[in-house]
Design a protein around this ligand. Sequence first.
Ligand SMILES: Cc1cc2nc3c(=O)[nH]c(=O)nc-3n(C[C@H](O)[C@H](O)[C@H](O)COP(=O)(O)OP(=O)(O)OC[C@H]3O[C@@H](n4cnc5c(N)ncnc54)[C@H](O)[C@@H]3O)c2cc1C
Length: 310
Amino acid sequence: MSMPESNNYDVVIIGGGPAGLTAGLYAARSRLNSLLIEKGLVGGQIANAEVVENFPGFPDGVGGIEIGDLIHKQATKYGLKTTTAEVTSLEIKDGGKTVNTTEGNFGARAIIIAGGSQWQKLGVPGEEEFTGKGISYCATCDAPFFTGQSVAVVGGGDAAITEAMYLTKFAARVTVIHRRDQLRATRILQERAFAESKIEFLWDTTVDAVEGEDFVSKLKLNNVKTGGKSTLEVNGVFIAIGFKPDTGYLRGIVPMDAAGHVVTNEKMETDIPGVYAAGDIRSNSGRQAITAAGDGATAAIYAEKYLSEQ
Ligand SMILES: Cc1cc2nc3c(=O)[nH]c(=O)nc-3n(C[C@H](O)[C@H](O)[C@H](O)COP(=O)(O)OP(=O)(O)OC[C@H]3O[C@@H](n4cnc5c(N)ncnc54)[C@H](O)[C@@H]3O)c2cc1C
């Protein structure tokens, strides 16, 4: 990572997923002195996808990790600086902007918030206790531990079905538990999942509790239509019920919707001049790598216009 040389930037970007990295590429290539702050590894959520088939320009698919690496390399070539730190608060005073982080504070003329989302928790008994002991939020990371075993996936969207399909490479049986009677995942993913003999579905079902001794051994289930209770014996459970936006540190600073996503207009502007949001963190985002990248580009284009008019 290229380390910051000073503490003052034209643009500070929070988050190194597809949105933040693309914002960084556009900002740096517009000759704006730009800093990207990422608390983990650059790449964001897409790094969890083994192969991405819908990112334009890759007819044979591209590794999720590769997407982040390629955009980061491209942005760095044009001068984007990157540092590892967690943004803890923003200070906006009389037009002056400061981004406070665990590794120091950075002055910014414009800020692009691209912090994405975090895994949503089920919030049931046993979840804390068995996380890392049979409960996982990332099949790409943990699927090999369940080779030849029975696992469940909780959820019915793209992420859940992607996880379930990936797990079939390792597990003997994959049970998808979904609270509705049909999936929300895109049609092509649904077709693949329905055609996969290792996957079975439990519809209209929620998880009441995760149980076991040292490791997960069973799930207590509830049928939301009949109220019937049942038990499913599993060696592991992958939870893929969505994401919570990472916006705790922005509360009271930028407007958010009821779920905590940052509200923007079509220029990615928040209602604070010079503060933008892009990608999965914003309200009504497409929740895809390419839509996040598009948001990032849009935010950087309007940030550049804003700065040139200052
Ligand atoms: C398993 C899986 C499969 C997927 N498959 C596909 C697919 O096939 N095609 C597709 O288009 N999309 C797919 N997606 C969705 C895609 O990954 C996301 O829509 C996309 O990554 C969102 O990009 P983003 O930049 O908005 O946010 P993120 O990718 O979430 O990146 C945000 C970054 O900000 C950092 N951050 C957050 N808060 C702070 C802070 N306070 N300080 C510093 N850094 C911070 C985070 O560490 C993170 O790296 C998949 C997602 C998952 C989980």
